[in-house]
Design a protein around this ligand. Structure first.
Ligand SMILES: Cc1cc2nc3c(=O)[nH]c(=O)nc-3n(C[C@H](O)[C@H](O)[C@H](O)COP(=O)(O)O)c2cc1C
Ligand code: SF4
Ligand code: FES
Length: 555
């Protein structure tokens, strides 16, 4: 030990903090309180102002927060939307274009677009990055120029946006708070607050309706409210607005169209479990929605719709799909890397800040007002063939009319395709589909007659998850589809457990080979499924096992 201290190369761990950087960071974060859980918010503020995060600012931030530099660094470097660079590195380009290369955008030419952009934009001023799904799958290919989204993107459209220099998020109009109130909005909430509706009655109605978690797991919502209520207070509520599953864009649509219906459902749910603080985790890929949300929360306050003791906190994701997994989302809200927790304990018992937490997907609470207004039967009877309720399917790919289709639970893919989407695009023959985004497996056209609902696809090695359906045709290469999905999982794996971290990387290499090594692939899929901590690693092998099972003739 002594030798080490005497070593002339020895230096104390840590970094020199320069006063100017400390002052700059203090100024940037001055309007926020100083709290550990706000680390990601501070990082956003630095990134927003400087378009990058130089290590001197990270060091200054860790000094101000009294946390090790390594802790600030590991958080900042975990998230794709933070650019941590050395102090002497050249500035990152002024403009970043993120081109979605998730599956729907890939089949509609994302890779060609990326190539064209790299050849045609001034790369000293503009940076072109690949990015995962940004919720514009029905208008693929999509990209984000600065913070402006471009749908059905092509080179000339993007060049026009660059020339216009208008790179801010587009403004969302939607139904205003006054319009919402005029049509009976917030009356159910008022009945809850005034005691006209009793908690037990409301929870029972939600349970009777058969409403299930629309984030993907399909857990019965009324039961979840009961579990959370059984835990001693104080309790919290979180809203999962991460919507990262490739092919999913329903939450985006509902928030754009009628954000107050979402707020009303959320506030009723929070009231039902007596949660005074509500944390909404909004993905950074939807900047216009986050801004709209902040604006409308101010309207809620000014119209005294919120109970004085209720606080809504809006937290900004930073480009990590895994933060959609609820325990990873909670870690992220706490200002840490989004590493999923081991379960149990479930978040209903030990959630945000260690407190019992009711967590819901945006769409789940979006239905609450309608159910309480029209009755549980109104909701449950919208299913068919014994399935309960409506289901929002985000449909993209080779269909004539893609988009969010509200359809009865239990509908089949054939019915969705022909009755809701106008059939296949001209010149395309139906080959297969993803019933549940990247994670839910791949089914062939011959299995388009299965009722789609939670649990109905288990026997086929698939699930509907968040209802993200991507339709493929004879013009698509199914092995390439599997490759795209596995690359996505490999990029987005949080790296915490070996089967997923190493397995997704190995899977990509195996898929890339012309000759598929089926035995090794099957072993890998099984190990990832059995031994991964969370749903990402557990489901990552689904595309492979489905291609092996249902698309043998293409191998
Ligand atoms: C890898 C992974 C990603 C997920 N992404 C999301 C997401 O983006 N949005 C969401 O609501 N739920 C997502 N979930 C599901 C959540 O963990 C959780 O089940 C959901 O937020 C619960 O709310 P609900 O009951 O209203 O569906 C994801 C799960 C996993 C395993
Ligand atoms: S399965 Fe993958 S994403 Fe999930 S905890 Fe393990 S490494 Fe992270
Ligand atoms: S926006 Fe590209 S796949 Fe969703």
């Amino acid at each position: 030990m002594l030798d080490k201290i005497k070593n002339k190369d020895f230096y104390p761990k840590g970094r020199n903090i320069d006063d100017d950087s400390v002052l700059e960071v203090k100024n940037i974060i001055s309007h926020l309180p100083l709290r550990r859980d706000l680390l990601i918010e501070y990082l956003h503020l630095i990134q927003d102002k400087h378009k990058q995060i130089r290590k001197k600012y990270l060091a200054a931030l860790s000094h101000i927060m009294k946390i090790p530099f390594a802790e600030a660094y590991e958080v900042a470097s975990f998230y794709a939307h933070f650019d941590v660079i050395d102090d002497d590195a050249p500035d990152i380009q002024d403009v970043t274009i993120r081109v979605c290369d998730s599956i729907t955008c890939e089949i509609f030419g994302a890779n060609k677009l990326i190539k064209e952009l790299n050849q045609n934009v001034d790369v000293s001023k503009v940076r072109v990055l690949k990015a995962p799904c940004m919720g514009l799958c029905d208008k693929a290919p999509a990209c984000e120029v600065g913070h402006k989204h471009v749908s059905n993107a092509n080179l000339s459209k993007i060049q026009n946006v660059l020339e216009s220099k208008s790179l801010h998020p587009e403004k969302i109009i939607g139904i205003s708070i006054d319009e919402y109130i005029k049509t009976g909005g917030y009356q159910i909430l008022n009945k809850c607050y005034s005691g006209e509706l009793k908690v037990e009655q409301v929870v029972q109605e939600i349970e009777n309706s058969g409403l299930k978690g629309m984030g993907g797991a399909g857990f019965p919502s009324g039961q979840k409210w009961k579990f959370v209520r059984m835990e001693p207070g104080p309790r919290l509520m979180t809203i999962n607005g991460d919507e990262g599953e490739p092919g999913t864009f329903k939450d985006k649509l509902y928030l754009e169209e009628n954000i107050h219906k979402f707020f009303e459902g959320m506030l009723i749910a929070a009231w039902a479990v007596d949660a005074k603080d509500i944390y909404i985790y909004m993905r950074d890929e939807y900047p216009s929605i986050r801004l709209k949300m902040l604006e409308e929360i101010e309207h809620l306050k000014s119209k005294n719709i919120l109970m004085p003791e209720t606080t809504i906190h809006v937290r900004r994701g930073a480009g990590a799909y895994i933060c959609g997994e609820e325990s990873a989302m909670i870690e992220s809200i706490e200002g840490k890397r989004g590493l999923p927790r081991h379960k149990p304990p479930f978040v209903s018992k030990v959630g945000l800040f260690g407190l019992p937490t009711l967590n819901h997907n945006i769409e789940t609470v979006f239905w609450v007002r309608d159910i309480l207004e029209n009755g549980s039967d109104w909701f449950s009877k919208q299913g068919k063939k014994g399935h309960k309720g409506p289901h929002s399917f985000s449909i993209s790919g080779r269909v004539k009319n893609p988009g969010v289709k509200l359809a009865p639970a239990g509908i089949t893919m054939d019915e969705l395709l022909n009755d809701y989407c106008g059939g296949m695009l001209d010149g395309h023959k139906f080959l297969g589909y993803l019933p549940g985004g990247a994670s839910g497996g791949i089914l062939p056209a011959s299995k388009a007659n299965i009722p789609l609902d939670f649990g109905t696809l288990d026997e086929f090695g698939c699930f509907i998850g968040s209802g993200a359906i991507v339709v493929f045709s004879d013009k698509d290469d199914i092995k390439n589809v599997a490759l795209n999905l596995l690359k996505f999982f490999n990029d987005e794996s949080c790296g915490q457990c070996t089967p997923c971290r190493v397995g997704t990387e190995k899977a990509v290499k195996l898929i890339e080979k012309d000759d598929w090594d089926k035995n090794t692939m099957n072993d890998l899929v099984k190990t990832m499924g059995d031994a991964s901590i969370c749903g990402l690693g557990q489901a990552a092998g689904n595309p492979i096992s489905c291609v092996l099972k249902y698309f043998k003739e293409y191998l």
